[in-house]
Design a protein around this ligand. Sequence first.
Ligand code: C2E
Ligand code: CA
Ligand code: CA
Ligand code: CA
Length: 277
Amino acid sequence: AKRNGGGNQVMFDPRMVAGAREQVDLLRDLRRAIQHHELELYYQPKVHAPSGQITGAEALMRWHHPQRGMVGPHIFIPLAEKFGLINALGNWLIEDVCKQIRTWRDGGLRMRVAINLSVHQLRQEDLVDRIVDALHRHRVEPGLLTCEITESAAMEDTRTTLQVIERLSAAGVHLSIDDFGTGYSSLSYLRQLAAEELKIDRSFVMDLESSADARAIVDAVVKLAQALGLKVVAEGVETEAQQKILRTLGCDELQGFLFAKPMSAKALTLWAIKDEG
Ligand code: C2E
Ligand code: CA
Ligand code: CA
Ligand code: CA
C-alpha cells in the first residue's frame, strides 16, 4: 500500500487488481458500493495565489471499501469506465455535490466546487440535463459549479465535447481545462472553448525548481491564458519554492499538499471557517 492524497490514510495498492479475478471482485464490490454509500467526496481547497485565501474546492472521489480500505479514483474510475458504471458514479457525484453545496450555503458558506468529468461522461447524451436538473432541485446557483475536463478529453471528440461545453456554459456552469500542457490543443481550438480556467498539470509544477524548461512552459501558459482572458490554476503545489515561483509567474490560484490534502466535507468546512476568521 502507498500513501496518497487521502489525508494520511493508506491507499489500496493498484498492483492487487492486475488479475482478471480481482477485477471481477472489485467490479461487483463497486456496484454494491454505489448503492451502499461507501463512496465519499473529498474536497481539496484551491487558494488565491497572492493572499492564500480559499477560493473554492475540487471534489475528488473516494471509496471506503469494507475490506480493502481506501481505494483511490485512479483504480475505480478506469474500472467504472471500462464496465459501464461511470454514468452511475457520475450521477451520484452530481447529486452529492449539489447537496453539499446547498448544505454549505445553508450554513452561510458560498463554496465554489469543481467536479471532474471524464470523456466517457461527456459522451452521455443527458449529462447537461442531469447537471442542470440537480442544480435546480437543490437550489444551487450554476456559477458555484465548475466542471473540470482534461485537455485530452476536450480534444478527443471535438464536436460532441464542444456541444456539451457550450450547453454547460450557457447554463451558467464554469468550465476548466484540466491537466493543461499534457495534451496538444491548438490555439484556435482553445479560443473556441467557452472555458474560463486552465489548470496547469502537476508534472510541470513538480519540475519548476529544477528545470528552466518547466518554468518557461508555465510562464508561456500564464501569458497565453492572460491573452485569452482565462484564469490559471496550478495543481500539485507541494513546496514553498514552487509557490514562490508560481506567484512570480502570475498564476491566479494554487492547489496542492502545501496548503491542504483532500479532506472530508466536514473537515473542509472547518478549514474554510478558520481561513475566514
Ligand atoms: P486530477 O483531477 O488531476 O486530481 C488531482 C489529483 O492530484 C488528486 O488525486 C489529488 O489528490 C492529487 N493531488 C493534489 N495535490 C497534490 C499534491 O500536492 N501532490 C500530489 N502528489 N498529489 C496531489 P486523486 O484524488 O487520487 O485523483 C486522481 C484522479 O482521478 C484525478 O486527477 C481525476 O482525474 C480522477 N478523479 C477523481 N475524482 C473523480 C471523479 O469524481 N470523477 C472523475 N471522472 N474522475 C475523478
Ligand atoms: Ca481535476
Ligand atoms: Ca488535474
Ligand atoms: Ca493531473
